[in-house]
Design a protein around this ligand. Structure first.
Ligand code: SF4
Length: 427
Protein backbone atom coordinates (compact mmCIF):
# COMPACT_ATOMS: atom_id res chain seq x y z
CA UNK A 1 0.00 0.00 0.00
CA UNK A 2 1.07 3.64 -0.42
CA UNK A 3 2.83 5.22 2.48
CA UNK A 4 0.26 6.72 4.84
CA UNK A 5 2.91 7.76 7.36
CA UNK A 6 2.28 11.31 8.61
CA UNK A 7 4.91 13.86 7.64
CA UNK A 8 7.04 14.58 10.71
CA UNK A 9 8.05 18.13 11.65
CA UNK A 10 11.57 19.33 10.74
CA UNK A 11 12.51 18.71 14.36
CA UNK A 12 10.31 16.52 16.52
CA UNK A 13 10.45 15.78 20.24
CA UNK A 14 11.87 12.28 19.76
CA UNK A 15 15.27 13.35 21.09
CA UNK A 16 14.08 16.28 23.19
CA UNK A 17 15.47 16.38 26.73
CA UNK A 18 13.00 15.13 29.33
CA UNK A 19 12.55 17.04 32.57
CA UNK A 20 12.29 14.30 35.19
CA UNK A 21 10.89 15.26 38.56
CA UNK A 22 9.97 13.28 41.64
CA UNK A 23 8.00 14.90 44.42
CA UNK A 24 4.46 15.28 45.62
CA UNK A 25 2.07 14.26 42.88
CA UNK A 26 -1.61 14.86 42.32
CA UNK A 27 -2.86 11.75 40.58
CA UNK A 28 -5.50 9.14 41.41
CA UNK A 29 -4.32 5.64 42.28
CA UNK A 30 -4.74 2.63 39.99
CA UNK A 31 -7.98 1.52 41.63
CA UNK A 32 -9.69 4.08 39.41
CA UNK A 33 -9.33 1.76 36.42
CA UNK A 34 -11.94 -0.54 37.92
CA UNK A 35 -14.54 2.06 37.01
CA UNK A 36 -14.16 1.41 33.29
CA UNK A 37 -12.84 -2.15 33.45
CA UNK A 38 -15.92 -3.50 35.25
CA UNK A 39 -18.10 -2.12 32.49
CA UNK A 40 -15.94 -3.70 29.83
CA UNK A 41 -15.55 -7.20 31.23
CA UNK A 42 -19.10 -8.23 31.76
CA UNK A 43 -18.52 -11.38 33.80
CA UNK A 44 -15.67 -10.06 35.95
CA UNK A 45 -15.74 -8.93 39.55
CA UNK A 46 -13.09 -6.69 41.12
CA UNK A 47 -12.58 -7.30 44.82
CA UNK A 48 -10.39 -4.61 46.31
CA UNK A 49 -8.60 -5.76 49.43
CA UNK A 50 -8.38 -2.37 51.04
CA UNK A 51 -9.62 0.23 53.47
CA UNK A 52 -12.74 2.36 53.72
CA UNK A 53 -10.79 5.07 51.85
CA UNK A 54 -10.47 2.72 48.88
CA UNK A 55 -14.20 1.95 49.00
CA UNK A 56 -15.02 5.66 49.10
CA UNK A 57 -12.67 6.40 46.22
CA UNK A 58 -14.36 3.85 44.03
CA UNK A 59 -17.85 4.99 44.87
CA UNK A 60 -17.22 8.71 44.60
CA UNK A 61 -14.79 8.70 41.67
CA UNK A 62 -17.08 6.32 39.84
CA UNK A 63 -19.98 8.63 40.50
CA UNK A 64 -22.10 5.51 40.27
CA UNK A 65 -25.16 4.46 42.10
CA UNK A 66 -24.70 1.34 44.13
CA UNK A 67 -26.52 -1.18 42.02
CA UNK A 68 -28.24 -4.16 43.58
CA UNK A 69 -25.55 -6.45 42.16
CA UNK A 70 -22.44 -4.35 41.54
CA UNK A 71 -19.35 -5.82 39.94
CA UNK A 72 -16.79 -4.33 42.22
CA UNK A 73 -16.51 -4.25 45.95
CA UNK A 74 -14.08 -3.78 48.80
CA UNK A 75 -13.09 -6.36 51.36
CA UNK A 76 -12.54 -3.80 54.11
CA UNK A 77 -9.49 -4.32 56.25
CA UNK A 78 -10.13 -3.51 59.89
CA UNK A 79 -7.65 -2.61 62.60
CA UNK A 80 -7.26 -6.23 63.66
CA UNK A 81 -6.09 -7.04 60.11
CA UNK A 82 -3.65 -4.15 60.10
CA UNK A 83 -2.25 -5.24 63.45
CA UNK A 84 -1.72 -8.70 62.00
CA UNK A 85 -4.14 -10.22 64.48
CA UNK A 86 -6.38 -11.85 61.91
CA UNK A 87 -5.38 -14.40 59.29
CA UNK A 88 -5.90 -12.37 56.13
CA UNK A 89 -5.65 -15.38 53.81
CA UNK A 90 -8.42 -17.20 55.66
CA UNK A 91 -10.62 -14.12 55.57
CA UNK A 92 -10.09 -13.64 51.84
CA UNK A 93 -11.04 -17.29 51.23
CA UNK A 94 -14.19 -16.85 53.28
CA UNK A 95 -15.23 -13.58 51.59
CA UNK A 96 -14.55 -14.92 48.11
CA UNK A 97 -16.46 -18.13 48.91
CA UNK A 98 -19.48 -16.10 50.03
CA UNK A 99 -19.31 -13.82 47.01
CA UNK A 100 -19.07 -16.62 44.46
CA UNK A 101 -21.84 -18.63 46.12
CA UNK A 102 -24.12 -15.62 45.79
CA UNK A 103 -23.00 -14.65 42.29
CA UNK A 104 -22.74 -17.59 39.90
CA UNK A 105 -22.53 -15.09 37.00
CA UNK A 106 -18.95 -14.19 38.01
CA UNK A 107 -16.43 -16.01 35.77
CA UNK A 108 -13.33 -13.95 36.48
CA UNK A 109 -12.41 -12.55 39.84
CA UNK A 110 -9.65 -9.98 40.30
CA UNK A 111 -8.19 -9.56 43.78
CA UNK A 112 -6.98 -5.98 43.67
CA UNK A 113 -4.20 -4.89 46.03
CA UNK A 114 -4.28 -1.47 47.68
CA UNK A 115 -1.97 0.62 49.88
CA UNK A 116 -3.08 -1.06 53.13
CA UNK A 117 -2.82 -4.61 51.72
CA UNK A 118 0.63 -3.78 50.41
CA UNK A 119 1.84 -2.18 53.62
CA UNK A 120 0.98 -5.28 55.63
CA UNK A 121 2.20 -7.45 52.76
CA UNK A 122 -0.83 -9.63 52.12
CA UNK A 123 0.28 -12.03 49.40
CA UNK A 124 -2.58 -11.73 46.92
CA UNK A 125 -0.84 -13.80 44.26
CA UNK A 126 -0.77 -16.76 46.67
CA UNK A 127 -4.47 -16.12 47.44
CA UNK A 128 -5.34 -15.95 43.72
CA UNK A 129 -3.50 -19.20 42.99
CA UNK A 130 -5.19 -21.03 45.84
CA UNK A 131 -8.65 -19.64 45.05
CA UNK A 132 -8.25 -20.48 41.37
CA UNK A 133 -7.66 -24.10 42.31
CA UNK A 134 -10.71 -24.12 44.60
CA UNK A 135 -13.10 -22.43 42.17
CA UNK A 136 -11.79 -23.70 38.79
CA UNK A 137 -12.99 -24.26 36.15
CA UNK A 138 -16.02 -22.02 36.68
CA UNK A 139 -14.08 -19.02 37.99
CA UNK A 140 -10.58 -17.82 37.23
CA UNK A 141 -8.99 -15.77 40.00
CA UNK A 142 -6.20 -13.30 39.20
CA UNK A 143 -4.59 -10.51 41.14
CA UNK A 144 -2.96 -7.17 40.50
CA UNK A 145 -2.10 -4.04 42.41
CA UNK A 146 -4.04 -0.78 42.16
CA UNK A 147 -2.33 0.75 45.17
CA UNK A 148 -1.40 4.41 45.21
CA UNK A 149 2.10 3.41 46.34
CA UNK A 150 2.73 1.43 43.16
CA UNK A 151 0.37 2.79 40.55
CA UNK A 152 -1.15 5.99 39.21
CA UNK A 153 -4.61 6.24 37.70
CA UNK A 154 -4.41 4.48 34.33
CA UNK A 155 -1.68 2.07 35.46
CA UNK A 156 -4.43 0.07 37.13
CA UNK A 157 -5.69 -1.03 33.70
CA UNK A 158 -2.15 -1.86 32.65
CA UNK A 159 -1.63 -3.99 35.76
CA UNK A 160 -4.99 -5.71 35.25
CA UNK A 161 -4.39 -6.56 31.57
CA UNK A 162 -0.80 -7.62 32.28
CA UNK A 163 -2.12 -10.07 34.90
CA UNK A 164 -4.27 -11.72 32.22
CA UNK A 165 -1.50 -12.27 29.67
CA UNK A 166 0.27 -15.24 31.34
CA UNK A 167 -3.00 -17.21 31.46
CA UNK A 168 -3.88 -16.67 27.78
CA UNK A 169 -3.99 -19.89 25.79
CA UNK A 170 -1.14 -20.59 23.37
CA UNK A 171 -1.70 -20.27 19.64
CA UNK A 172 0.54 -20.49 16.61
CA UNK A 173 -2.11 -18.88 14.41
CA UNK A 174 -1.35 -15.65 12.58
CA UNK A 175 -3.61 -13.14 14.30
CA UNK A 176 -4.03 -9.54 15.35
CA UNK A 177 -4.71 -8.53 18.92
CA UNK A 178 -5.99 -5.06 19.81
CA UNK A 179 -5.00 -4.12 23.33
CA UNK A 180 -6.87 -1.72 25.61
CA UNK A 181 -10.32 -1.35 27.15
CA UNK A 182 -12.43 0.96 25.01
CA UNK A 183 -16.22 1.40 25.11
CA UNK A 184 -17.86 -1.37 23.08
CA UNK A 185 -19.21 1.02 20.47
CA UNK A 186 -15.72 2.44 19.80
CA UNK A 187 -14.12 -0.99 19.77
CA UNK A 188 -16.77 -2.10 17.24
CA UNK A 189 -15.84 0.81 14.96
CA UNK A 190 -12.19 -0.26 14.95
CA UNK A 191 -13.13 -3.89 14.32
CA UNK A 192 -15.42 -2.97 11.46
CA UNK A 193 -12.75 -0.80 9.77
CA UNK A 194 -10.27 -3.68 10.02
CA UNK A 195 -12.84 -6.20 8.78
CA UNK A 196 -13.65 -3.95 5.80
CA UNK A 197 -9.94 -4.09 4.90
CA UNK A 198 -10.12 -7.86 4.97
CA UNK A 199 -8.14 -8.31 8.19
CA UNK A 200 -9.54 -11.37 9.91
CA UNK A 201 -8.76 -13.21 13.09
CA UNK A 202 -8.77 -10.14 15.31
CA UNK A 203 -8.98 -10.44 19.10
CA UNK A 204 -9.33 -7.77 21.76
CA UNK A 205 -7.67 -7.79 25.16
CA UNK A 206 -9.59 -7.50 27.44
CA UNK A 207 -12.38 -9.65 25.99
CA UNK A 208 -15.92 -8.73 26.94
CA UNK A 209 -16.48 -12.19 28.42
CA UNK A 210 -14.17 -14.91 29.61
CA UNK A 211 -15.80 -17.31 27.17
CA UNK A 212 -14.34 -15.22 24.31
CA UNK A 213 -11.18 -17.29 24.45
CA UNK A 214 -8.07 -15.27 23.85
CA UNK A 215 -4.74 -16.73 22.87
CA UNK A 216 -1.26 -15.42 22.13
CA UNK A 217 1.87 -16.80 20.51
CA UNK A 218 4.76 -16.18 18.13
CA UNK A 219 2.50 -15.34 15.19
CA UNK A 220 0.43 -12.83 17.12
CA UNK A 221 0.96 -9.18 16.31
CA UNK A 222 -0.65 -6.59 18.52
CA UNK A 223 -1.63 -2.94 18.27
CA UNK A 224 -2.05 -0.95 21.45
CA UNK A 225 -5.01 1.42 21.78
CA UNK A 226 -4.00 3.17 25.01
CA UNK A 227 -0.56 4.67 25.67
CA UNK A 228 -0.38 3.50 29.28
CA UNK A 229 -0.11 -0.22 28.60
CA UNK A 230 3.65 -0.63 29.01
CA UNK A 231 3.59 -3.68 31.30
CA UNK A 232 0.94 -5.38 29.16
CA UNK A 233 3.11 -4.78 26.09
CA UNK A 234 6.11 -6.34 27.84
CA UNK A 235 3.99 -9.31 29.00
CA UNK A 236 2.72 -9.95 25.45
CA UNK A 237 6.25 -9.78 24.10
CA UNK A 238 7.27 -12.40 26.66
CA UNK A 239 4.57 -14.60 25.08
CA UNK A 240 6.30 -14.14 21.72
CA UNK A 241 3.84 -11.59 20.29
CA UNK A 242 5.14 -8.62 18.29
CA UNK A 243 4.13 -5.00 18.84
CA UNK A 244 3.08 -2.89 15.83
CA UNK A 245 4.47 0.58 16.58
CA UNK A 246 2.23 3.48 15.53
CA UNK A 247 0.89 6.82 16.71
CA UNK A 248 -2.24 6.39 18.86
CA UNK A 249 -5.64 6.54 17.15
CA UNK A 250 -6.64 10.06 18.21
CA UNK A 251 -7.89 12.40 15.49
CA UNK A 252 -7.81 11.85 11.76
CA UNK A 253 -4.05 11.67 11.48
CA UNK A 254 -3.47 9.38 14.46
CA UNK A 255 -6.28 7.01 13.49
CA UNK A 256 -5.11 6.85 9.89
CA UNK A 257 -1.49 6.21 10.89
CA UNK A 258 -2.55 3.54 13.42
CA UNK A 259 -4.73 1.76 10.86
CA UNK A 260 -2.05 2.13 8.18
CA UNK A 261 0.56 0.43 10.38
CA UNK A 262 -1.77 -2.56 10.78
CA UNK A 263 -2.76 -2.51 7.10
CA UNK A 264 0.91 -2.58 6.09
CA UNK A 265 1.54 -5.52 8.41
CA UNK A 266 -1.31 -7.45 6.75
CA UNK A 267 -0.51 -6.41 3.16
CA UNK A 268 -3.69 -4.39 2.54
CA UNK A 269 -3.43 -2.54 -0.78
CA UNK A 270 -3.67 1.27 -1.01
CA UNK A 271 -6.95 1.21 -2.92
CA UNK A 272 -8.68 -0.89 -0.29
CA UNK A 273 -7.26 1.26 2.49
CA UNK A 274 -8.54 4.44 0.82
CA UNK A 275 -11.95 2.88 0.09
CA UNK A 276 -12.40 1.99 3.76
CA UNK A 277 -10.99 5.15 5.32
CA UNK A 278 -11.79 8.03 2.94
CA UNK A 279 -15.37 8.67 4.10
CA UNK A 280 -14.76 8.45 7.87
CA UNK A 281 -11.59 10.53 7.44
CA UNK A 282 -13.56 13.27 5.73
CA UNK A 283 -16.17 13.19 8.53
CA UNK A 284 -13.43 13.36 11.16
CA UNK A 285 -11.70 16.29 9.46
CA UNK A 286 -14.96 18.22 9.22
CA UNK A 287 -15.83 17.59 12.87
CA UNK A 288 -12.33 18.55 14.04
CA UNK A 289 -12.41 21.75 11.96
CA UNK A 290 -15.55 22.91 13.79
CA UNK A 291 -13.83 22.72 17.20
CA UNK A 292 -10.47 23.86 15.87
CA UNK A 293 -11.91 27.32 15.18
CA UNK A 294 -11.87 27.84 18.94
CA UNK A 295 -8.58 26.02 19.55
CA UNK A 296 -6.45 27.50 16.79
CA UNK A 297 -3.58 29.61 18.16
CA UNK A 298 -4.35 28.74 21.80
CA UNK A 299 -1.74 27.30 24.16
CA UNK A 300 -2.06 24.13 26.25
CA UNK A 301 -0.20 22.88 29.33
CA UNK A 302 -0.51 19.22 30.33
CA UNK A 303 -0.04 18.18 33.93
CA UNK A 304 0.84 14.48 34.18
CA UNK A 305 -2.23 12.35 34.76
CA UNK A 306 -3.52 9.74 32.34
CA UNK A 307 -0.43 9.07 30.14
CA UNK A 308 -2.55 10.18 27.18
CA UNK A 309 -0.77 13.53 27.24
CA UNK A 310 1.82 13.01 24.48
CA UNK A 311 -0.56 11.61 21.85
CA UNK A 312 -3.12 14.29 22.73
CA UNK A 313 -0.52 17.05 22.43
CA UNK A 314 0.36 15.66 19.01
CA UNK A 315 -3.34 15.77 18.02
CA UNK A 316 -3.99 19.27 19.39
CA UNK A 317 -0.88 20.82 17.85
CA UNK A 318 -1.00 19.13 14.44
CA UNK A 319 -4.74 18.95 13.83
CA UNK A 320 -6.20 21.80 15.91
CA UNK A 321 -3.54 24.50 15.56
CA UNK A 322 -2.69 24.66 19.27
CA UNK A 323 0.70 25.35 20.81
CA UNK A 324 1.91 22.97 23.53
CA UNK A 325 3.86 24.68 26.32
CA UNK A 326 4.52 21.69 28.56
CA UNK A 327 3.56 18.07 28.07
CA UNK A 328 3.78 16.24 31.36
CA UNK A 329 3.26 12.52 31.66
CA UNK A 330 3.49 10.30 34.76
CA UNK A 331 5.66 7.82 32.81
CA UNK A 332 7.12 8.00 29.37
CA UNK A 333 7.00 4.61 27.62
CA UNK A 334 9.15 5.37 24.59
CA UNK A 335 8.28 2.12 22.88
CA UNK A 336 4.62 3.14 22.92
CA UNK A 337 4.62 6.93 22.55
CA UNK A 338 7.81 7.24 20.46
CA UNK A 339 5.89 7.65 17.16
CA UNK A 340 3.74 10.41 18.70
CA UNK A 341 6.78 12.15 20.20
CA UNK A 342 8.49 12.15 16.80
CA UNK A 343 5.45 13.90 15.28
CA UNK A 344 5.23 16.54 18.00
CA UNK A 345 7.17 19.61 16.84
CA UNK A 346 9.98 20.68 19.15
CA UNK A 347 9.19 23.46 21.56
CA UNK A 348 7.21 22.20 24.55
CA UNK A 349 8.88 21.08 27.75
CA UNK A 350 8.50 17.31 27.91
CA UNK A 351 8.30 16.30 31.57
CA UNK A 352 8.02 12.93 33.27
CA UNK A 353 6.86 12.49 36.85
CA UNK A 354 5.84 15.40 38.99
CA UNK A 355 6.86 17.79 41.70
CA UNK A 356 3.51 19.52 41.82
CA UNK A 357 4.61 22.82 43.38
CA UNK A 358 7.39 23.36 40.85
CA UNK A 359 5.08 22.45 38.01
CA UNK A 360 2.39 24.82 39.24
CA UNK A 361 5.01 27.58 39.25
CA UNK A 362 5.84 26.79 35.61
CA UNK A 363 2.14 26.83 34.65
CA UNK A 364 1.58 30.16 36.43
CA UNK A 365 4.56 31.66 34.62
CA UNK A 366 3.45 30.29 31.24
CA UNK A 367 -0.26 31.33 31.67
CA UNK A 368 -1.55 28.74 29.15
CA UNK A 369 -4.95 29.24 27.56
CA UNK A 370 -5.92 25.81 28.86
CA UNK A 371 -4.38 23.49 31.47
CA UNK A 372 -5.16 19.79 31.39
CA UNK A 373 -4.98 18.45 34.93
CA UNK A 374 -6.50 16.27 37.61
CA UNK A 375 -9.52 17.24 39.67
CA UNK A 376 -7.38 18.32 42.62
CA UNK A 377 -5.58 21.02 40.63
CA UNK A 378 -8.47 22.23 38.48
CA UNK A 379 -10.32 24.29 41.08
CA UNK A 380 -7.28 26.17 42.41
CA UNK A 381 -6.12 26.91 38.86
CA UNK A 382 -9.59 28.11 37.83
CA UNK A 383 -9.52 30.30 40.96
CA UNK A 384 -6.33 31.86 39.61
CA UNK A 385 -8.04 32.64 36.33
CA UNK A 386 -6.59 29.72 34.33
CA UNK A 387 -8.95 27.64 32.20
CA UNK A 388 -8.76 23.91 32.89
CA UNK A 389 -9.82 20.60 31.43
CA UNK A 390 -10.22 17.58 33.71
CA UNK A 391 -7.86 14.90 32.45
CA UNK A 392 -10.11 12.16 33.85
CA UNK A 393 -12.79 13.03 31.26
CA UNK A 394 -10.38 12.06 28.50
CA UNK A 395 -10.35 8.53 29.86
CA UNK A 396 -14.08 8.26 30.54
CA UNK A 397 -15.27 9.82 27.27
CA UNK A 398 -15.11 7.89 23.97
CA UNK A 399 -12.31 9.74 22.14
CA UNK A 400 -10.58 7.16 19.91
CA UNK A 401 -10.88 6.70 16.14
CA UNK A 402 -12.52 8.76 13.41
CA UNK A 403 -16.07 9.06 14.66
CA UNK A 404 -14.99 10.46 18.02
CA UNK A 405 -12.30 12.84 16.67
CA UNK A 406 -14.67 15.83 16.68
CA UNK A 407 -15.80 15.05 20.25
CA UNK A 408 -12.17 14.87 21.33
CA UNK A 409 -11.41 18.33 19.93
CA UNK A 410 -14.68 19.66 21.39
CA UNK A 411 -13.65 18.49 24.88
CA UNK A 412 -10.86 21.07 24.75
CA UNK A 413 -12.86 23.75 22.96
CA UNK A 414 -15.74 23.74 25.46
CA UNK A 415 -13.90 25.19 28.48
CA UNK A 416 -12.38 27.89 26.27
CA UNK A 417 -15.81 28.85 24.93
CA UNK A 418 -17.21 28.86 28.46
CA UNK A 419 -14.40 31.14 29.66
CA UNK A 420 -14.97 33.49 26.72
CA UNK A 421 -18.70 33.67 27.48
CA UNK A 422 -18.04 34.38 31.14
CA UNK A 423 -15.58 37.11 30.21
CA UNK A 424 -18.14 38.64 27.86
CA UNK A 425 -20.83 38.48 30.56
CA UNK A 426 -18.53 40.20 33.05
CA UNK A 427 -17.59 42.98 30.63
FE1 SF4 B 1 -6.06 5.57 48.79
FE2 SF4 B 1 -4.19 3.72 48.43
FE3 SF4 B 1 -6.77 2.96 48.64
FE4 SF4 B 1 -5.90 4.24 46.45
S1 SF4 B 1 -5.25 2.21 47.14
S2 SF4 B 1 -7.78 4.69 47.61
S3 SF4 B 1 -4.36 5.66 47.32
S4 SF4 B 1 -5.51 3.94 50.23
Amino acid sequence: MTDMTPIPPARGCGDAPVLKQRGQREVFCGLTGIIWLHRKMQDAFFLVVGSRTCAHLLQSAAGVMIFAEPRFGTAIMEETDLAGMADAQEEIDREVGRLLARRPDIRQLFLVGSCPSEVIKIDLSRAAERLSQIHAPHVRVLNYSGSGIETTFTEGEDACLASMVPVLAHTDARQLMLVGALPDVVEDQALSLLAAMGIENVQVLPARRRSDTLAAGPNTVFAVMQPFLGDTTAALERRGARHIAAPFPFGDEGTTAWLAAIATEFGVDAETFARVTDAPRARARKAIAAAAETLDGKSVFFFPDSQLEIPLARFLTRECGMQALEVGTPFLHRQLVGPDLALLAEGPVISEGQDVDLQLDRARAARPDISVCGLGLANPLEGEGLTTKWAIELVFTPVHFYEQAGDLAALFARPLRRRALLAKGAA
